[in-house]
Ligand binder design. Structure first.
Ligand code: RP5
Length: 149
């Protein structure tokens, strides 16, 4: 995260990681205020996938992507301009250095996308994701039954 103030967005995904029993590390480092720390974290990390969460001119995901060839998922955070500034900063990467950008404040989807990447080589995790989808489906079916009563 670019700031501790982004934690509420990260928490949407942290709960999913805990439920799925997947190891993770949460760090705060700013692309603008502590670029040296961003570099140190990315270069020394054993992570298979990075999720970078930032608001305003959200350069953190792009900077993380510039430092690694591992997948980087960007989460733009609403701070000003309804989050459009952050969304465009995350999405409009120059050719060669992509970030996979999820919706504004979608820390949950960032984690799910990361898990889908990891599940390509992890059958147990793949099954857990299928269970997660089943629960989403059941929730809709139950809502349908409730409103139909
Ligand atoms: C970005 O600016 C952070 O990612 C955060 O979303 C936003 C505001 O940061 P703080 O002023 O709360 O530290 O760097």
């Amino acid at each position: 995260m670019g700031s501790e103030s982004d934690l509420k967005i990260a928490e949407k995904g942290i709960s999913i990681l805990k439920d799925m029993g997947v190891e993770f590390e949460v760090r705060v480092a700013s692309a603008h205020r502590t670029p040296d720390l961003v570099e140190e974290i990315v270069k020394n990390s054993k992570a298979k996938v990075f999720i970078a969460i930032a608001g305003l001119a959200a350069h953190l995901p792009g900077v993380v992507a510039s430092l690694t060839t591992k997948p980087v998922i960007a989460v733009p955070v609403e701070s000003k301009l309804d989050g459009m500034d952050a969304l465009l900063s995350c999405v409009q990467m120059p050719p060669g250095i992509p970030t996979a950008t999820v919706g504004i404040d979608r820390g949950d989807n960032a984690v799910l996308l990361a898990l889908e990447i990891l599940a390509l080589s992890d059958e147990e995790l793949s099954k857990k994701l299928e269970e997660y989808r089943k629960k989403l489906r059941e929730k809709v079916i139950n809502s349908d039954k409730r409103v139909g009563e």
